[in-house]
Design a protein around this ligand. Structure first.
Ligand code: XIL
Length: 299
């Protein structure tokens, strides 16, 4: 079997990967992609700097290529990401106040409208909370437009593509006891209480090995799910790809009915943003690693 086919048999879940448009003409890469995965996320091509490099000028070529590759093969697409403090184009980095708020909302509307009907889940907002013990919002030009910028982005996304599931996505929200996890939990709870349109939470899950894959990860997944949102493991990679940690992540997702699927952040180690850590399921030659076998066996 394959990762995608096995996940589909587990309650219709998906097993996906981040994809780079520049690799779609590498046949070793696309052979694995097309065989193993039934979901894709554009690694960089839907980010703000890629889709609106100059204010008011939208470029969708590379993102469209990924969407077309995926959808023509029955793979679901995760949109990543509409509003984020990072990978902003220069013109946006230099903005503030009402002008930035309006530019952000226009970006959300234009991009979600362009892809309307093609995106199963949008990461509407990415990485808006601070690390550490404060539980505070991350300081950023977007945050400085007002604390309601996140809900404003979600409302604009819902209006532009009513059929997409809208997610909040972040890292270091894996350990249930962390202040950052609790702060995101309280935001989602507040959004659900007030009717702000949110459907899901994405846990990036960039792990550094046994050390930060928390034993209470399953509690975190089920606690978010109990708020009435789906949970997704959106950017999984684990330093040195230990088989036990990969197996545990799969088992934790399978144990939570609202955990809809797992996306690994790249195909081969050589494709990874953390390539020196060999964190993925295939080696640079495209061969399956022990972690691949552990994941497939767990699915
Ligand atoms: C990373 C990409 O993998 C890199 O190619 C790029 O240079 C930087 O961004 N959290 C996210 C992803 O939400 O978008 C990031 O992707 C990894 C961390």
């Amino acid at each position: 079997s394959t990762l995608g086919a096995s996940a589909a048999e587990r309650g219709g879940r998906y097993f996906g990967t981040a994809v780079a448009a520049s690799r779609l003409n590498d046949s070793a890469y696309t052979t694995i992609l097309n065989r193993e995965f039934n979901q894709v996320t554009a690694e960089n091509e839907m980010k703000i700097d890629a889709t609106q490099p100059q204010q008011g000028q939208f470029t969708f070529g590379n993102a469209d290529r990924i969407v077309q590759h995926a959808r023509s093969r029955g793979m679901q697409v995760r949109g990543h990401t509409l509003a984020w403090h990072s990978q902003q184009p220069g013109w946006m980095q230099n903005m503030s106040g009402t002008a930035l708020r309006n530019a952000m909302l226009n970006h959300v509307t234009q991009v979600a409208t362009h892809f309307r009907g093609q995106i199963a889940w949008w990461d509407v907002v990415n990485e808006a909370f601070q690390d550490g013990s404060s539980g505070a919002r991350r300081d950023s030009n977007l945050q400085r437009t007002g604390n309601d910028w996140i809900e404003a982005a979600f409302r604009a996304a819902r209006q532009a593509d009513p059929n997409a599931q809208l997610c909040y996505n972040d890292y270091n929200i894996d350990n249930w006891n962390d202040a950052k996890t609790q702060a995101v939990y309280r935001m989602v709870q507040d959004f659900k209480n007030r009717g702000v349109p949110i459907d899901c939470v994405g846990l990036q899950s960039h792990f550094t090995g046994g050390s930060n894959y928390p034993s209470n990860y399953r509690t975190t997944l089920s606690s978010f799910a109990a708020l009435g949102v789906d949970v997704h493991i959106t950017e999984l990679d684990i330093r040195n790809a230990p088989t036990d940690a990969y197996r545990n992540v799969v088992n934790d997702c399978l144990a939570v009915a609202r955990c809809k699927g797992i996306t690994v952040w790249g195909i081969r180690d050589s494709d990874s943003w953390r390539s020196s850590e060999s964190p993925l399921l295939f080696n640079g030659s495209g061969n399956k690693k022990p972690a691949y076998d552990a994941v497939l066996a767990a699915l």
